[in-house]
Every structure is written in C-alpha cells, then in structure tokens.
Write a protein that binds this ligand. Structure first.
Ligand code: NAP
Length: 290
C-alpha cells in the first residue's frame, strides 16, 4: 500500500483513481479543478480530497495526473499552486495526459532538478478501458522509478511498458493515434462503398472481419458507424488535439504523415457539421453527408 494522489478526475481520471483505492488498496487523495467532482469521488470511494495540486502532492509516494493538454498540464504542474511545489524528495510523478513529448522532457528535467522522478505515461483503451481497469500505458523515463510506479499503475492497466527515455511514452501514443487515424478513414470508406454498391453490410462485415481487413475499429464500431451513431468514446476534439501533436512532432523529426494530415482535415469537416463531441468513428459522416 502506498500514499497516492490523483490530479484530474475527468472521464478517465475518475475511474482510474477509483481503482487505486478499490483494487490497489492505496491511501488516495484526489484533486479536481471543479471541486464538486472531487467531493463526489470521496463520497463514492472514501479517501481524501485536496483543494490544490500542491497540497494534494504533499507527502505522497506517487502522484498521478490526467488532465487535458499541454497548457492544462503546465498549470497543474508548474502553476503557483502546482504539484511541483508539493512533491516530496524521492517521490514519483506519473502523467497520463496525452501531451507533447516536449513538455514531458521539460517536466522530467524539472523534476530531476527538484529531487523527484517524472514518468510520461499516456494511455489507450478509452473510457471503457479506464472503467474496467484494463488500460494500456506507454511510458517514458528512468527504469527504477518506472519499476516502482508500475505496481501502482497496475490497478487500472492491463499492459504498461517503459518504451525509452523521457518523452518516449508520448511519442508512442503519437504512433498509436497515427495508426488509428488512417484506419478509421479506410473503414469509413469501405462501409460507404459497401452501402453504395447495394451489398448487405452485415454479411460483408461478418465475412471480411475474419480476414486481413479485420481491426478493433471494425469489430467494435462498424454497426454504430452504419447507424450514424457517434456517442461511443473518444471525442473528435480530443483526436484533433492529438493529431496536432503528431503533426507538430513530425515537423521536428522529419517524418512524412500525409494521410494523418488529411484525416485531421476530415475531422475539421466533422466539427463543421457539429460533431466536435462525436466519437472518432464519425469520419463516415463526412462521406455520407447529403
Ligand atoms: P476530461 O473528461 O475532459 O477531463 C479533463 C480533466 O482535466 C478534468 O478533471 C478537468 O477538470 C481537468 N483539467 C483540465 N484543464 C485543467 C486545468 N487547467 N487545471 C486543472 N484541471 C484541469 O478528459 P478525459 O477524457 O478524462 O481525458 C484526459 C486526458 O486523457 C486527455 O489528454 C485525453 O486526450 C486523454 N485520453 C482520453 C481518452 C478518452 O477516451 N476519454 C482516451 C485516451 C486518452 P474539470 O473537471 O474542472 O474540468
């Protein structure tokens, strides 16, 4: 059992922090900007809440965070009441936000200077993965603190791997999002084509999902995509944030991402259709637009 704080009780953070308490049996303190959510969490799980990231971080062995983007992270970590001001020497700060590799490296260096460790640890598996405690966590940082943090992360993750130095977790998440972007557009075009060709989409999917075209997106999303239902997970606005991070990193490292850039623009069309909060499978809506 360890003393753990969790900062950011959003769609992902709320159930992740819950697993730390229920499955991990840790002594948990939560912080959320909108305090009502922290109060609701304490009511549901027990534990304690703190009014600032700094006070939440004080005296903890581990501090986990999951907020929105680079700017949010900077505020929660380095702001006047930020977690950096409260971290104990030798403690480990684990960040589950999907953010840039640049900020991960900056926070790693700052943490080292201040005498504690930082691991960038973005996740995949979505809301369902967080609720069921079966996330995949991709980590960057040093081996010793990772080995200690891994045991705590295990409360909400099925897989967690140290990929490399600081920033490597964020870079791996970028690979994840690049792979998904092109795939969802391909699946959208396949379904759109099947409908236009007058095929029985159910029969087509039941058949080709047993072959080389199979994917998680195909198995889990084709029915709702055909039905035009896009309320099943990761929102378009978050995906555009992530693709922006990928494209920014590619400008630095010289990678060519033509399809990723195009799909980002298709998502901007989804947003123009009112789909900012639709899930990422909504790319098909652009093709089916009347
Ligand atoms: P969310 O529901 O919007 O929650 C965001 C959390 O961050 C909230 O607790 C919010 O506090 C807090 N926050 C944001 N800006 C802040 C600031 N400036 N200061 C303090 N707190 C701040 O988001 P989510 O879906 O949990 O996603 C969190 C992260 O995980 C994102 O980086 C996302 O890309 C990533 N992710 C999400 C999914 C998914 O399926 N949802 C999957 C994989 C990865 P308030 O309650 O006060 O707004």
């Amino acid at each position: 059992m360890a003393k753990v704080a969790f900062l950011g009780l959003g769609v992902m953070g709320y159930p992740m922090a819950g697993h730390l308490k229920n499955k991990g049996g840790h002594e948990v303190t939560v912080y959320n900007r909108t305090a009502a959510k922290a109060e609701a969490w304490v009511k549901q799980y027990g534990g304690k809440s703190a009014l600032t990231p700094k006070t939440a971080a004080q005296g903890q062995d581990f501090v986990m965070a999951c907020v929105g983007n680079d700017n949010d992270l900077r505020q929660v970590m380095l702001g006047p009441d930020g977690a950096f001001g409260g971290m104990a020497k030798g403690a480990v700060l684990v960040d589950h936000t999907t953010a840039s590799a640049e900020i991960a490296r900056e926070l790693y260096t700052g943490a080292k200077k201040a005498g504690f460790d930082f691991i960038d640890a973005p996740v995949s598996g979505g809301q369902a993965g967080a609720e069921n405690g079966v996330l995949t966590v991709m980590c960057g940082g040093d081996a010793a603190p990772f080995a200690r943090a891994e045991k705590v992360i295990a409360a909400y993750a099925r897989a967690r791997n140290l990929i490399g130095n600081a920033g490597a977790g964020q870079l791996t998440k970028m690979v994840n999002q690049i792979c998904i972007a092109g795939l969802v557009q391909g699946l959208s075009e396949g379904l759109h084509f099947a409908k236009k060709a007058g095929l029985d989409v159910e029969k087509v999917m039941a058949t080709i999902s047993k072959g080389a075209a199979q994917s998680w997106q195909m198995e889990n999303r084709y029915k709702t995509m055909v039905a035009g239902k896009f309320d099943y997970g990761f929102a378009v606005e978050w995906m555009r944030k992530d693709l922006g991070i990928c494209l920014g990193e590619a400008r630095n490292n010289g990678a060519h991402l033509p399809v990723t850039a195009l799909v980002d623009q298709f998502y901007s069309e989804v947003q123009a259709m009112g789909g900012t909060r639709w899930d990422t499978s909504s790319l098909i809506a652009v093709l089916e637009r009347k």
